[in-house]
Design a binder for this molecule. Sequence first.
Ligand code: 1CP
Length: 333
Amino acid sequence: MTPIKECLINKKTDLIPIWLMRQAGRYLPEFREIRKNNPNFVNLCLNSKLSKEITLQPIRRFGFDAAIIFSDILMIPYGLGQKVEFKKNFGPNLADFEINKLLEIDQEKFTKNLSPIYELLVDLKKSEDLQKKDIIGFVGAPWTLLVYMINKVSPKNGLTSNFFSDMGLINDLLKILDKSIKTHIKNQVNAGATIIQIFDSWSGLIKFDFDKYLYDPTLSLVNYTKSLGVPVICFPRGITDYSHFCKIVKPSMINIDYNVDPRNLIKNVDIPIQGGLHPEVLLTNKAHLKKEVNKYLEIFKDHPYVFNLGHGILPETKTEMVEELVKIVRDYK
Ligand code: 1CP
């Protein structure tokens, strides 16, 4: 059994497993080298040979316990036929779409549009570098994908004022997303993903109708993934009540963000926990890193725990700080 799987059966592991959100990418010089020659990010995600190389880069460098596939949550809108571009120093930029065209797309066509991602997984499965390690497939949660599809750009600066103006459109999109996200989960599992993580990076923006935008759609995906016999990790970033979320949605493991007080949470949550460390701690110094990492390790010493961050690793992170982080976690007894 892999170290993370052991933790997922709600068992306290002797050694704490570790991987990092966004571990394959921007902070790695070997990624930037590949990226330099591949200016079109979507095409890079659809190049299974290079995606495989990028997925394995952090595994070779740091020996993490899981590889997360090199892809993006916005490949789902792309698979549905909405044009997606990633602009330098700006981020994602999505095109307008016609809802009728999206409603017409069949799941076979959607699967075909994303087939290189599944080829990547099949290929990874054969890799020597991943013996006794998990291969994490992932999806964006319906709310977060809805946000990008309607907002067209990152909601970092807030949602457009007319976001909720067309409820018919929102309801149609939620239905399309539920179906297509499930197809993407099933295809990833069939191709070899051993765990699925659901990223709801913008769930903190939900201010009303929590059932409609957060609990119901996520529960639907969690139950579906479990029915395929695969564990599912949820990351509802920025919500105020993680323990309530766990009670309703019941993921196999919960990834907490850096605003969550772990001491408080542990009293109210009885499922395995992942993550928490603020990614900015990796931008400080080794002594401070050790202090902060040990804080999480101590708090979780009697709880099934996978070490990870409270959001994605930042592009400016130095690789030597990641090396140090792995060492601290591996040496902890
Ligand atoms: O070189 C570049 O400019 C591309 C940077 C990059 C990378 C390396 C983007 C653009 N996406 C990715 C890969 C990626 N994205 C992975 C696989 C690599 C890994 O995790 O190791 C994963 C899991 C994601 C997930 C993702 N994409 C999320 C959820 C997690 C999170 O960080 O909150 C989100 C919100 C996205 C959208 C996205 N992709 C990329 C950008 C710049 C954005 C927008 C972020 C924003 O709105 O601020």
